[in-house]
Design a protein around this ligand. Structure first.
Ligand SMILES: [Zn+2]
Length: 238
């Protein structure tokens, strides 16, 4: 019997989406599957909704499915309000539930053997993320910031690592969003505290222009802009 990576039990494992179907890149106007930008920079076509059949048992998949449903309703298709064209606020989305959803995506990517996720290695953070997703463990080192592109249909990027002010992040793309997941004991750089899922006041997603791209710089600039406008408003709990 195979072993479920989430609960450790010997059980039949079931097919699980790494990125939930609703969050997978969509078919383009010509009916072709989406592009994946690979390491060598050449786009290739991706199968719709990458899934893996040797990660979790049916019980553990239910935990993922519940988070997926919530995030789809609250974030992907949820009500959003423009904040001066710099960010979107999602008034109906609970920050900490979305944090768990993103952590669960990261775990699935870590456990998957699919090519697209092969690079993802979380090491000791695997246990921390598992504790957070399956047992509500208070893991304060893990934090998430969210950005989204200003157009809906963008190529899908495989996960990559990024450092900001020394702190290590993984960046995961899903639908129009990019999730920046801090897996580090170092604190989140201060310019991001207002948009952090852990310390922000409301759930905010920073809008990025699809055309401009240099990840770190554009994210930091945008976060500063947002904070400059709303800084005092966001300085409540930390
Ligand atoms: Zn299980």
């Amino acid at each position: 019997m195979p072993v479920c990576k989430a609960c450790g039990a010997e059980r039949k494992l079931i097919q699980a989406h790494i990125i939930p179907k609703a969050w997978s890149p969509t078919i383009d106007q010509d009916g072709r599957p989406p592009k994946i930008i690979s390491d060598n920079g050449f786009p290739k076509r991706a199968p719709i909704g990458i899934y893996d059949s040797d990660i979790v048992c049916a019980e553990c998949e239910k935990v993922f499915a519940k988070l997926d449903d919530y995030a789809t309703k609250a974030l992907l298709t949820g009500q959003r309000e423009s904040v001066f064209d710099i960010a979107f606020a999602y008034p109906c989305a609970d920050r900490l539930t979305i944090l768990k959803f993103v952590a669960s995506l990261m775990l699935r990517a870590n456990w998957s053997d699919q090519d697209a996720y092969r690079k993802v290695k979380l090491g000791s953070y695997t246990e921390k993320l598992r504790g957070l997703v399956f047992h509500d463990a208070p893991v304060t080192e893990i934090d998430v910031i969210i950005s989204e592109y200003d157009q809906g249909s963008v190529p899908w990027f495989g996960p990559y690592k990024q450092r900001m002010d020394q702190a290590r992040f993984w960046v995961l793309s899903a639908a129009r969003f990019a999730f920046w997941i801090k897996v580090d004991q170092r604190k989140l750089p201060s310019e991001f505290s207002g948009i952090s899922l852990r310390t922000g006041v409301k759930l905010l997603s920073v809008i990025r222009e699809w055309k401009s791209s240099k990840q770190k710089k554009s994210m930091a600039d945008l976060a500063r802009k947002v904070q400059a406008k709303f800084g005092p408003l966001w300085k409540s709990h930390s």
